[in-house]
Design a protein around this ligand. Structure first.
Ligand code: GLU
Length: 506
């Protein structure tokens, strides 16, 4: 391909970057990078009513966090700017008027009331409403210009042929074609002078020399109409890759309360629906906040609807993806988002971190409950790394080190080692004086001295070690055994907890 590949991610600033959006951004980035081309960020903010304050900055931030560096964009510049559509507002009317002159568009003065009336009439006849081209037929261009000069509000509509077919070629869906008679004369320029998405995407993709358009399949049915615009202008249309939605298996829920809607038997009702923030599905930001690694999220997202050819490998860094990505590996059927699978990826990525990288990532989470000056974080991290699935679990995994939890004597019961609360008490009374004697409070010394002493007690190793660990942690599951926990707690705290446990068993 001798033409430089230029792709664009074109989000509307309507909220958080949801995972479907992130996947579109990722595939768009990969497509450009694989061909050594340019990846562009464009902000599509012409629907000002839907704009959420702060959303633009969030897009920049999320893209940076994801590592999807764009070559051109609002905050990095480029030769094809501005990259925010409202800042391009003067560009669009010029092109719309060019279309009007060519007969591909016309001015429409119908008021909202008139249009509502037409819609009602159509619906009464059981027809789907589409604009009836009244202004095309009744208002000659010279009259339109006079009315506009006199200050009358107007919009510019696309003049879609009433017969014939409109179509386009999609890299995934092949040739897509519709009857023109099914298409509506969309508004291209609104009464406020701003373009609609329907117009701006075409003009901008052309002016920004975009070669590949990647976006969700929700645009599949409008794309023939966009192609009519390319034809009317005499422009070369881009290549299209429409991506199937990311779905999630869920239960039917009320949009507002987010509570399940039960059937008549009081059961939840399974549904497969689009991933949506509205129902509480996590955004990219949410996942980062919950302690998922961006590398794991990117890897997981890449495989949501795409598979590499000729390999079963599942682990790909962003650079690996650039090398192996191929648009022909994109799957036509919608993909299912599976949180457990993401968590599995995350745990694998955590396991593959260097100890130093793990410690850096884990420290802020551990510091929420532990004082780094009092606990050996380096040792704790060694114990935790293989057990961490998501960083947000860490505070709950180690909080017992900061404060001894209340626990029931039943916790001493262990079927495997046949430990009962009675045996536990015996074990604790046995081990207490031994521990008190130890001053070199290292895991090695604790281990060697206690293990050497157990045989003389007549108890099994487990019958001593299990109660000891329970007594000083109050937890059935801890990130390590009795000696590791005793070391992390320190001599004084271990002995204090042990005494309390013995008193509680009295
Ligand atoms: N602004 C559109 C959206 O956020 C983008 C569609 C496109 O990429 O053309 O859905």
């Amino acid at each position: 391909m001798n033409q430089e590949v230029r792709t664009r991610f074109a989000p509307s600033p309507t909220g958080y970057l949801h995972l479907g959006g992130l996947r579109t951004a990722l595939y768009t980035y990969l497509l450009a990078k694989k061909h050594g081309g340019k990846f562009i960020l464009r902000i599509e903010d012409t629907d000002q009513e839907r704009e959420v304050p702060g959303a633009v900055e969030l897009i920049y931030k999320s893209m940076r966090q994801a590592g999807l560096a764009y070559d051109e964009g609002p905050d990095v510049g480029g030769d094809y700017g501005p990259y925010i559509q409202t800042q391009r507002r003067d560009i669009y009317p010029k092109y719309a008027w060019d279309l009007v002159e060519r007969g591909g568009a016309y001015c429409c003065f119908c008021t909202k009331e008139e249009l509502d009336e037409q819609r009602r009439e159509a619906e009464a006849k059981g027809e789907t409403w589409k604009y009836n081209k009244k202004c095309l037929h009744n208002v000659p261009l010279a009259e339109a210009k006079r009315r506009i000069a006199a200050g009358e509000p107007y919009v510019i509509r696309q003049n879609v042929p009433t017969e014939g077919k409109a179509g386009f070629d999609d890299l995934l869906y092949g040739h897509v074609e519709v009857d023109c008679s099914t298409l509506d004369d969309n508004v291209l320029i609104k009464a406020d002078g701003l373009p609609t998405y329907n117009f701006a995407n075409v003009v901008d993709d052309h002016l920004m020399a975009i070669t590949h358009v990647t976006r969700g399949t929700e645009y599949l049915s409008s794309a023939p109409k966009y192609n009519l615009l390319y034809e009317a202008f005499g422009w070369q249309p881009p290549l299209y890759l429409h991506l199937p939605a990311v779905m999630v298996e869920s239960v039917l829920m009320d949009k507002t309360t987010r509570q399940p809607i039960l059937d008549e038997n009081g059961n939840t009702q399974p549904v497969v629906r689009k991933l949506s923030k509205r129902y509480g599905d996590p955004s990219f930001e949410d996942l980062l906040e919950q302690g998922y690694l961006k590398e794991a999220i990117i890897n997981f997202i890449a495989l949501l609807g795409w598979a590499p050819k000729g390999t079963n490998e599942e682990f790909f860094s962003l650079d690996d993806l650039v090398r192996v990505f191929d648009e022909s590996g994109v799957n036509k059927s919608p993909s299912i988002f599976n949180m457990e699978k993401l968590t599995w990826f995350n745990a694998e990525y955590i396991r593959r971190m260097t100890p130093d990288a793990y410690r850096v990532a884990a420290t802020p989470w551990l510091s929420r409950v532990l004082d780094p000056a009092r606990t050996d974080f380096a040792r704790l991290c060694e114990l935790l790394q293989g057990r961490t699935e998501v960083f947000s679990q860490l505070p709950g995994m180690v909080d017992f080190l900061a404060e001894m939890p209340e626990f029931s004597p039943d916790l001493y019961v262990n079927k495997k080692s046949k430990t009962t609360p009675e045996i536990a008490k015996q074990a604790l009374l046995f081990v207490q004086p031994i521990l008190k004697e130890i001053t070199d409070w290292t895991e090695g010394t604790l281990h060697d001295i206690v293990m050497a002493a157990i045989p003389a007690s007549g108890m099994k190793n487990g019958q001593v070690l299990w109660p000891l660990r329970i007594a000083i942690t109050g937890r059935a599951a801890t990130p390590g055994g009795a000696f590791e926990m005793a070391y992390l707690l320190g001599r004084e705290e271990t002995l204090r907890r042990l005494q309390k446990a013995i008193d509680d068993l009295a």
